[in-house]
Ligand binder design. Structure first.
Ligand SMILES: Cc1cc2nc3c(=O)[nH]c(=O)nc-3n(C[C@H](O)[C@H](O)[C@H](O)COP(=O)(O)OP(=O)(O)OC[C@H]3O[C@@H](n4cnc5c(N)ncnc54)[C@H](O)[C@@H]3O)c2cc1C
Length: 431
């Protein structure tokens, strides 16, 4: 039943599209999702959610939080406030004797914990298996809402009305008064809105091997404590993260490396074991064993978006959400969390709108509140990789520790409810 004098198309059914649909449906606002693929799907890797992301999940709806809870893997109780235990993985930093740092009368060697990055309090956080999380989200969406095999090609404006006409590559069209572009880093909606090739995603000089290791195998290599909690191994022009997913049955591993340019047309390519071993040749036997144990690793080229001058347009009404607006590198583990924050703020603003003119003000308020925060993530995230890979503070472990201790606070400690109130104040002030 129409509850608003406008109707909404969501382009893309990834974490953002589905979260946005769930958030809007909770407010009884009907939506139609147009997804290019033949079904909803995610890859079988892990995704970490910091306290801000877990809070945004909680705010979206109780059902959404339950779905998240069914997938959430937490650390051991005594490590619950530790984001990552940071170790040096690259043998070259240790020299002959493997000593990387002297701390009082303690000698820290390659592979030892150098420091830990703690959350400010004991809030919920953890990681999920992407595909399982998406499956849980799909259960919260009525089947009638989704249209599959609909790859957006163009958007035009219908003569004499406020409608946007969505044109799909299969030759079909659909009319809606509002288009929310949730079509990810290669977003067609973004291209159509910004009309600027300089706004396309750019290669960041980093790529990553993603893979999974059965936890038994990971424990054999690393020992239980190390395998079942989050670890970050630092090195020259590379770093490695490991953390448990699937309630501890599997260890997710993401191994980063660097190169100046990306020449392949695909951004995800099959990884050869030889290249993998070559990239971590100087990282010592444990890391060699770890990367060799990755099941079917892929290489992902890491791209990010230049800062968009706006996230919306009014003729026709289009707004970018999630990675379509601000795709970032994963180095602060916060891209998906930002997507969920976007959805919470935007859906609650749309719930206040009772006309298309109100939607214009919603877009403006959303843009004003979300653009600075999400752009900051893109910039600081790229810088974070340089920090972990001895390119920002060199291999000075004290300077790295000092930098890492507080660099995530602005992400984790946001008061998302206050952010929504700020957005609503802007929205109302624009009347
Ligand atoms: C290696 C890596 C690790 C990461 N780790 C983390 C992490 O630990 N924590 C975290 O918070 N974030 C992480 N991220 C970021 C996170 O994955 C993204 O922010 C998030 O998945 C983006 O979701 P999305 O729905 O906006 O986009 P996507 O997941 O890209 O979904 C877009 C959807 O739109 C569809 N689509 C595309 N084009 C069209 C079209 N023209 N028409 C119709 N449909 C279309 C696609 O098929 C897809 O279903 C990581 C990213 C990478 C690359």
């Amino acid at each position: 039943m129409a509850t608003k004098p406008f109707d909404i198309a969501i382009v893309g059914g990834g974490i953002t599209g589905l979260t946005l649909a769930i958030s809007l449906l909770k407010h009884n606002i009907p939506v139609t999702i147009y997804e290019a693929a033949s079904n909803f799907g995610e890859i079988g890797a892990g995704v970490g959610f910091g306290p801000n992301a877990a809070r945004a999940v909680e705010l979206v709806s109780p059902e959404f939080q339950e779905a998240f809870g069914r997938c959430l893997t937490k650390q051991h109780k005594d490590k619950h406030d530790v984001w990552f235990s940071v170790r040096v993985g690259d043998q070259r930093r240790g020299g002959e004797d493997g000593v990387v740092k002297k701390q009082g009368d303690k000698t820290l060697k390659l592979g030892d914990i150098i420091f830990e990055v703690h959350f400010s309090d004991d809030r919920e956080w953890g990681s999920v298996h992407r595909a399982h999380f998406l499956d849980e989200l799909v259960k919260l969406i009525p089947k009638s809402v989704a249209r599959f095999g609909k790859r957006l090609a163009d958007i035009s404006k219908e003569d004499g009305t406020d409608n946007a006409v969505l044109h799909f590559t299969d030759g079909t069209t659909a009319k809606h008064s509002v288009v929310l572009g949730c079509d990810g880093i290669k977003s067609r909606t973004r291209e159509l809105l910004l009309k600027d090739d300089n706004m396309k995603a750019v290669f960041t000089g980093k790529y990553v091997y993603r893979g999974l290791i059965p936890m038994d195998k990971a424990i054999e290599i690393l020992g239980e404590e190390q395998a079942t909690n989050s670890q970050m191994y630092l090195g020259y022009n590379g770093h490695i993260l490991t953390y448990p997913i699937e309630k501890g049955k599997t260890m997710n591993i993401v191994a980063f490396s660097s190169q100046d340019t990306w020449t392949e047309s695909e951004w995800v390519v099959h990884a050869s074991k030889d290249k993998l071993r070559e990239d971590y040749r100087s990282w010592g036997p444990r890391i060699t064993a770890l990367v060799s144990a990755m099941e079917k690793p892929d290489i992902w080229a890491l791209y990010n978006h230049p800062p968009a001058p706006t996230y919306y347009g009014l003729n026709p009404r289009i707004c970018l959400v999630g990675d379509a607006a601000h795709a970032s590198t994963p180095h602060q583990g916060s891209g998906a969390g930002m997507c969920i924050e976007d959805c919470y703020i935007l859906s609650n603003l749309i719930a206040e709108a009772n006309s298309l003119e109100d939607v214009d003000r919603v877009f403006k308020a959303y843009d004003e509140v979300r653009r600075p925060r999400t752009h900051k993530l893109v910039t600081t995230s790229k810088e974070a990789a340089m920090l972990y890979e001895f390119e920002l503070e060199g291999d000075d472990l004290d300077a790295i520790e000092q930098n890492m201790t507080n660099r995530m606070r602005w992400i984790w400690d946001i008061d998302t409810v206050a952010e929504l109130e700020r957005a609503k104040t802007i929205y109302r002030g624009l009347a």
